[in-house]
Design a protein around this ligand. Structure first.
Ligand SMILES: [Zn+2]
Length: 225
């Protein structure tokens, strides 16, 4: 008799991962599987339990990746090369096209965002970042309230740049800096931290300073915003 091949059962797999992490860390684990590709992995220790949030791709993670995760939780390891590799080699499963509703607008009055995106991508990322970019909405109410100059959403991998930067008063290096910052988010993906989410990790800050006009951009920002 031939055994039937069972289809991959995500619920069962989730259960097994949770059991495994509980067994190896000797902690009570609450595991949530997410579709959040901005935060692929987050760990929160409430004292009584570990709140573990993993992106769906981890359902297919091998034992080596789970072991590293377990060591990381136990605090034996600060670096997580296996997890990083696992995420990097699975990101093609994560990236989705931006929702249809988003109309990408890259041609501005002063600046063409696509030109800037491409040159930053070539200069700093070897062309590997594949995000979409657009000028954000022009709603004056919103931009007055929120001084967000740029944002990145992992879902759909979309970078939005505030249209207040599409101005002759804004030097090109400053706009490049904002685009570079958001592209770093797109490039770095993983944000694992104990307790709270680390959005701008030490590594993020280190890489941010690799931007050629970093000091100038920061100085300009202080003067104008
Ligand atoms: Zn940021």
């Amino acid at each position: 008799m031939r055994r039937l091949e069972f289809p991959f059962d995500p619920d069962e797999r989730k259960q097994r991962i949770r059991d495994y992490i509980e067994k190896t860390t000797r902690r009570t684990v609450s595991l949530v599987i997410t579709d959040n590709s901005t935060t692929m992995l987050s760990i929160k220790d409430t004292g009584r339990a570990l709140m573990l949030r993993l992106h769906r791709i981890f359902l297919e993670a091998g034992i080596d990746v789970l072991n590293e995760l377990s060591d990381y939780i136990k605090g034996r390891k600060g670096r997580t090369p296996l997890i990083r590799n696992f995420i990097n080699s699975n990101t093609h499963k994560v990236k989705e096209k931006p929702p249809r509703r988003v109309n990408l607008r890259t041609e501005g009055r002063y600046y063409n965002l696509l030109d800037i995106y491409r040159s930053v991508n070539d200069t700093y990322f070897g062309g590997r970042v594949s995000a979409s970019i657009t000028w954000g909405s022009r709603s004056p109410r919103r931009s007055a309230r929120k001084r967000t100059l740029g944002s990145y959403t992992g879902r759909g991998s979309l970078i939005r740049i505030s249209p207040v930067l599409d101005s002759g008063k804004v030097p090109r290096y400053f706009l490049e800096y904002i685009v570079y910052h958001e592209m770093l988010h797109a490039d770095m993906g993983i944000r694992a931290g104990k307790g709270r989410r680390i959005i701008h990790s030490r590594e993020f800050r280190r890489r941010e300073r690799l931007f050629k006009h970093y000091d100038r951009a920061i100085a300009w920002e202080k003067k104008w915003w």
